[in-house]
Design a protein around this ligand. Structure first.
Ligand SMILES: [Zn+2]
Length: 160
């Protein structure tokens, strides 16, 4: 497989494009058009279902983790001040605030992940940054109040 091939395959939507940092090689997803708050950016499907998470999956239950289709959605980076949300009940990728054309799509990883496979130190630059990102299980009560969560994560938060 050539270096460019996956990017071409991944960029299947009219609304989003992948950009690659030439130095780090990190991929990010940017919008090609503006969205208003609560607008559906696009619907998504499960390309594959796994019993364990990877850095590309989104959690839908205790032991179900889906790989997203279109695949470009897997390039959506984390931010502690996100503009998007994966609704795993309606299977819609949503704008949770107004998004300008050319802006990067970001979502709050713990909004859909209970206990992350690969925790990381966040450098999103937001003054709301919570630092170490490990999953919803580890969030402070203040953070739990502030963010929107999938139905699955809401149930987990209630039962703990
Ligand atoms: Zn952050």
């Amino acid at each position: 497989m050539s270096f460019l091939e996956p990017v071409i395959d991944l960029d299947q939507t009219e609304v989003a494009e992948i950009r690659i940092d030439p130095i780090s090689g990190n991929r990010s997803l940017f919008t090609k058009k503006p969205f208003y708050k609560n607008e559906v950016i696009l619907g998504f499907l499960a390309k594959n279902v796994r019993s364990t998470p990877t850095y590309l999956t989104v959690q839908i239950s205790d032991d179900l983790h889906i790989e997203l289709l279109p695949e470009c959605l897997a390039c959506t980076n984390h931010s502690c001040e996100p503009n998007c949300f994966f609704d795993t009940t309606s299977m819609e990728f949503l704008a949770i605030k107004e998004i300008r054309e050319g802006e990067e799509f970001t979502f709050f990883y713990p909004s859909a992940e209970w206990d992350m496979d690969q925790p990381f130190q966040c450098h999103c630059g937001s003054n709301q940054c919570i630092g170490l990102i490990k999953g919803a299980k580890y969030l402070s009560p203040d953070s739990v109040k502030k963010y929107r969560f999938t139905d699955y994560i809401q149930q987990k938060l209630k039962s703990t």
